[in-house]
Design a protein around this ligand. Structure first.
Ligand SMILES: [Zn+2]
Ligand SMILES: [Zn+2]
Length: 179
């Protein structure tokens, strides 16, 4: 029996105000209730980091889908860890297409990472876009060629900043029919 809930699992310490923000953001977008698990420490359970302390996001996703049993529709993990995947040397998040799990890293979303003054509004806007994009992959949405659509792939934070926080007229009906 699967509960119609999106469960959020913090990997390591994540500020609770950030988690509150993203719960609200997810509920507003998908109209699905969220729940939260306690912090989970992965360090002993996943392969050690490579490339200057980046963790393999695909391994983390696999670990989550195999080891974390929750009766949720979807599982979103949030981490401060820096990520890479077998395909991308760095990334903001990864999801299982039509699967259960999504993973998002906060590591490269803050202005401070780029030696710029902190800006919470920019940070939360990026966080929203990455999370909604990744969860939408779990509902079967693929990348979109519309540069304004939230499903446009982002290779840097400028791409994230330039796209809209919303689904384009082509992606929106697909999302609605899949959730
Ligand atoms: Zn994507
Ligand atoms: Zn689109």
């Amino acid at each position: 029996m699967t509960d119609r809930i999106i469960t959020i699992i913090p990997i390591g310490e994540i500020d609770s105000s950030i988690l509150d923000f993203i719960s609200w953001s997810i509920e507003e977008t998908f109209r699905i209730t969220t729940a939260r698990l306690p912090n989970h420490n992965l360090s002993s359970e996943i392969p050690p980091p490579l490339y200057g302390n980046r963790y393999n996001s695909t391994s983390i996703l696999q670990h989550l889908s195999e080891k974390i049993s929750v009766n949720a529709l979807r599982l979103l993990a949030i981490t401060e860890l820096d990520l890479y995947s077998p395909i991308f040397s760095t990334l903001y998040g990864e999801a299982q297409l039509n699967g259960k799990c999504a993973l998002v890293s906060l590591h490269r979303l803050r202005q401070e990472y780029y030696n710029l003054p902190p800006d919470q509004t920019i940070f939360l806007s990026r966080f929203h876009k990455v999370v909604i994009h990744e969860i939408a992959h779990t509902f079967g949405l693929i990348h979109c060629i519309d540069k304004n659509c939230i499903m446009y792939p982002s290779s840097n934070v400028i791409d994230i900043d330039e796209k809209s926080p919303l689904f384009c007229p082509s992606c929106n009906p697909k999302l609605l029919s899949n959730i």
